[in-house]
Design a protein around this ligand. Structure first.
Ligand SMILES: O=C(O)c1cc(=O)[nH]c(=O)n1[C@@H]1O[C@H](COP(=O)(O)O)[C@@H](O)[C@H]1O
Length: 232
């Protein structure tokens, strides 16, 4: 039995049955499954037990909280009882907001999203932010970690710069993962699974490249094997 790969499979499914089926197929191969807004808003807290099953797989609750500190703290407290390993907040909410989440969910790693992987440098310019995405990502990372975030979400393209900024103890999580030559879909800042690991990512978030495959279990196993070859 090999150790599950450092992959969080994004269970972005329209219904609970599909999500639970995907979770069952991938959990022999990956460490974590991710529940996002689509599933959580449709089914609420019960979805966590459904995807966790009996496997003991880690659950990543991706709600991307972003509001005033009091509201985010209360929301984080509300879901802390579900014991997710990770809970996302937007670093752009500022240090008091990140700290409120950290204090409200002591058994969970608060993962601060630095800059969505769907945004390009041109998108940033369009909303009045000049310069490369990496500059924004580094600033957000420093603010979030200063406020107590134990994990950060960034694209694989910035992960080495973020590691240099925050040091070895912060968990670096990278969505924006695509197999070589594959369609990037709505992602702007992407890299392959092997590149993400080589750059220093601790956990890769992968959705459609696995769940959109004819056999999600085989797709997860294939990527896990590729990661073992670059990082045994
Ligand atoms: O927080 C996240 O997980 C996240 C942050 C981010 O910047 N970009 C991003 O794609 N995600 C999530 O990662 C997953 C990526 O899915 P795929 O693009 O299908 O691999 C989705 O569930 C997104 O919600």
């Amino acid at each position: 039995m090999t150790t599950p790969a450092p992959i969080a499979v994004a269970l972005d499914a329209p219904d609970l049955e599909t999500a639970a089926r995907w979770a069952g197929l991938v959990t022999p191969h990956v460490s974590t499954v991710k529940v996002g807004l689509e599933l959580y808003l449709r089914y609420g807290p019960d979805v966590i037990a459904s995807v966790r099953g009996a496997s003991g797989v880690r659950v990543f609750l991706d709600l991307k909280l972003h509001d005033i500190p009091n509201t985010v703290g209360a929301a984080a407290r509300a879901v802390a009882r579900l014991k997710p390993t990770y809970l996302t907040v937007h670093a752009a909410g500022g240090p008091a907001m990140v700290r409120a989440a950290v204090e409200a969910a002591p058994g969970t790693q608060i993962a601060a999203v630095t800059l969505l992987t769907s945004l390009s440098e041109a998108d940033l310019a369009g909303i009045g932010i000049q310069g490369p995405p990496e500059d924004v990502v580094r600033r957000m990372a420093a603010v979030a970690v200063g406020a107590g975030a134990q994990a950060l979400v960034c694209s694989p393209r910035e992960v080495a710069a973020v590691r240099a900024e925050v040091g070895p103890d912060v968990t670096l999580i990278t969505p924006g993962v695509r197999l070589a030559g594959a369609d990037t879909q709505d992602q702007a800042r992407v890299a392959t699974p092997e590149e993400a690991i080589a750059q220093g990512a601790d956990l890769l978030v992968i959705g459609r490249p696995i769940t959109g495959a004819p056999d999600p279990g085989a797709a997860a196993a294939g990527i896990a094997a590729a990661l073992r070859r670059v990082s045994p």
